[in-house]
Design a protein around this ligand. Structure first.
Ligand SMILES: Cc1cc2nc3c(=O)[nH]c(=O)nc-3n(C[C@H](O)[C@H](O)[C@H](O)COP(=O)(O)O)c2cc1C
Length: 158
């Protein structure tokens, strides 16, 4: 991937953060963690899920507290987040709204426990006018686990 890339990621429990950091080490790409205001989500999966379902149903997405840099500098955005109910998390939904107008390639990556579900399709469904590339989806509780080889092969496609 001989392009200017920016890794943008949301991570509630730091799993996606670890993959983002490995991508950063492998590529040397810039990296920025997307955050929401404190107390937006509880420290618990079931309670987070309740809030998430309400947000999706109402369209009231959480505010992002991270300011995005000038994105026109980058050819590729690598956008990472957790799988929530087989879909993209609400912070990533909000990020995709804020990325509208970006002209480069956007490639998703995700982490989930055991089922990626419809993550890639849901990402595309919320991408509006963005150009979406192939995704890299890692599961932590079933094989195959994350490996630098599969990561490198994804990055070569971009
Ligand atoms: C609300 C919610 C829904 C989830 N739904 C799924 C799911 O559908 N499939 C799955 O494999 N993992 C699911 N998980 C587990 C997370 O995707 C997994 O722990 C992820 O690696 C967390 O990443 P993070 O630490 O970067 O937030 C869910 C977690 C939460 C909080």
């Amino acid at each position: 991937m001989a392009k200017q890339a920016l890794i943008l990621y949301y991570s509630q429990f730091n799993t996606t953060a670890k993959v983002a950091s490995q991508i950063h080490q492998l590529t040397g790409a810039d990296i920025l963690r997307i955050r929401v205001a404190d107390k937006t989500f509880p420290n618990d999966m079931t309670a987070t899920d309740k809030i998430y379902r309400k947000q999706r149903a109402s369209g009231q997405l959480p505010n992002l507290t991270t300011k995005l840099p000038d994105l026109s500098y980058y050819d590729v955005l690598l956008v990472g987040g957790p799988v929530w109910d087989g879909q993209i998390s609400s912070p990533i939904m909000k990020l995709l709204v804020q990325l509208q107008g970006y002209q480069g390639l956007v490639a998703p990556f995700s982490t989930g426990w055991s089922d990626t579900g419809n993550y890639q399709q849901d990402f595309i469904a919320h991408a509006g006018k963005l150009t979406i590339g192939p995704g890299y989806h890692v599961l932590t509780h079933v094989n195959p686990h994350f490996s630098p080889v599969t990561l490198a092969s994804w990055l070569r496609k971009l």
